[in-house]
Write a protein that binds this ligand. Structure first.
Ligand code: GLY
Length: 253
């Protein structure tokens, strides 16, 4: 169960964020509204939300998930693997120190983006991507082991981050599409196939028994309801334009 989340307000400069989505530039005013609604959705799940100020130096800084990994046993500042985003971790480190005095760190030449790390109970799957390298994954696995947790790597082919393609929604259920439907490392889970045209919704987010689902993906919404979850639909279309999903917008602990 989560009790807290950290989010960061989008900055005006988000229009210059990294993207491969080809959905046009985000509308800043609408992004602010959508972000406020996202915070309300987190609160509906019983979470206290810390909202950090926007930082115009970092266009992608709303996507706080990439800067840290928080587990029930330890908190780790990652080392985001793209130069324009690496400095985002500074503000997150300051915010997290209030909750976790004994922070751990991934250091160069190791790189990890939090979006590549998926928690499934005591085990952490780490996607090897353009942002997360083997050295970063090894450092992370060593830290996890010290805290009685385990980690393993997953090769990625076509997605930005591991959690772009697969997400654990508890009760042994994974939402997945494409290359993640047949990966043997996820064979022990119930894999629920997200149709390709709804692939963005594979990044739906379990929080305290409810699942946040992006607006506009009715087939995925039906899967989640069918599996007995209470779904909360959240419109994050402005963040989708920057390749960001629901999980990217918060750190939960
Ligand atoms: N725009 C989010 C990212 O590329 O990390």
């Amino acid at each position: 169960m989560f009790t807290n989340a950290i989010v960061r307000k989008p900055c005006k400069n988000m229009v210059n964020g990294i993207t491969s989505a080809k959905l046009g530039q985000p509308d800043y005013q609408n992004a602010l509204k959508q972000h406020a609604n996202y915070v309300e959705a987190l609160k509906k799940c019983g979470i206290k939300v810390t909202v950090l100020d926007a930082d115009e130096n970092y266009p992608d800084s709303v996507f706080v998930e990439d800067t840290a990994l928080i587990t029930p046993k330890c908190a780790i500042i990652t080392n985001p693997g793209t130069e324009s985003r690496n400095g985002e971790k500074g503000a997150i480190e300051i915010a997290l120190k209030n909750f976790f005095p004994d922070l751990q760190y991934i250091v160069s030449p190791g790189f990890v983006d939090g979006g590549d790390v998926m928690m499934a109970g005591d085990h952490f799957y780490i996607g090897l991507s353009k942002r997360t390298n083997k050295e970063g994954a090894n450092q992370l696995i060593t830290i996890l082991k010290r805290h009685g947790l385990t980690g393993s790597t997953v090769a990625l082919k076509s997605v930005l981050h591991l959690k772009t393609g697969i997400n654990f929604i508890e009760k042994d259920n994974m939402l997945a599409f494409g290359e993640f439907l047949t990966k043997q490392e996820f064979g022990k889970f119930n894999i629920h196939e997200v149709p390709r045209e709804e692939s963005y919704a594979a990044n739906s987010l379990w929080i305290n028994g409810k699942v946040l689902v992006p607006k506009g993906f009715p087939k995925t919404l039906n899967i989640i309801k069918r599996e007995g979850y209470e779904a909360i639909v959240v419109d994050v279309s402005e963040f989708r334009k920057l390749d960001g999903g629901l999980s990217c917008l918060s750190l939960r602990f």
